[in-house]
Design a protein. Sequence first.
Length: 423
Amino acid sequence: MHLRNMKKDYHLIFANPFILNGVIWMFVWLIYSLGWSYLCPKLSDGLLLFIIGSSVISILIGALVNHRKWLTYKPINVTRTNITTQTVFLIILYILFLIEAKFAGGLPLLGYIGIGHATVYKDFGLPLVHVIVVNGLSSLCIFAFYCYKSSRNKSFRRRLIIICLLAFIPFFVMFNRGGIMANLLGIFILILINSKKPLKQILILVGSCIVLLFLFGAAGNLRFGKDGMDRLLEIAEPTDRFEESGIPGEYLWAYLYVSTPLANTQNTIDKSMWSDSDTEDIQKFITYEILPEIVSKRIAGEQETANFHNRARLINPNLTVASIYGRVYNYFGWSGFWILFSVLIAFIVINLRLVSKQSNFHVPLMLTLDIIVILNMFDNMLIFTGLVPQVAIFICCYWISRLKFKNLRRDARKYRQIRFKRM
């Protein structure tokens, strides 16, 4: 029994958001060090110290979390009612998605390949409705796959994988590469913590990533049209090291997506006019870097929010993401990095403690936090309305299930009291 628990704890390392945070930033530093683009400036000692220091602290916190067993994995008890509920939610979300497509006049993927009305993803979707659709489909995709891995009933598994795939498909037709990546990350992590041979799964994952990154690059070229590769080389400014490596140009997209957020962060530090923070900086930091965009837009206005989100100094106007830390130097200098890092750690801790380990929603919540941590290397996911509401969805589902359970216990107690009086 003890060895079995040790094995489960070992598997949970792959889903520990604190350990993932440390490993991801060390990975970003490693990829950045390849030096495949002249666009990427040399990292300053201060930024390098922060990456290494915050990574080590994250991993140590993750080891403590594992030791105290804050995280757990248990198969969910899948029932027909559970599957029926998921099916109903899927139908509702599809209806909302089709309404969005109707108002947009088409689907982004069809527009990119020249079929129907040309619609780009950033212009696709209705206010608030799109937030519900994207977060609802992502939550359903992750939860359905969790149920699929938990069930041993072949009929149930068949229906659950169909629900999972149907929840995943809209992200392709919307050409939402961020949504595709987020859901794939959740699925891959769930496979790892379920696997009897996680190291073998990691090798399979690496092989899959090589293929997916090539397809990711090909999709990026497709967005630029028939001259996509030429346009990419023009933007990326590849170094001789890359050109002499013989690596297909499609992988340059992956390098840019991983390294340029850090490059933009460094460029912001190099060109920032920051001197000393004041009360206004604190207010702006809370509004634009901690509160979800859906809230900050209503506090400061959509245009003002967009202006502050563009405060990162970009190495190229086409490469617009700057990691979770891309703008914090403008508020507090180097202290801003450690403040936002502390906010991230607190965000993970608080949300993990809000949902019981025994709940059916503990694992999906953990996976969502993992996705947020990983995608922070591209942008500040703490404010991203295409992902953070998933955390709220699973927390709400947990509290609703608790309320329902309390009502059932209350009804059962009343029933026993009535029977006792009759006796």
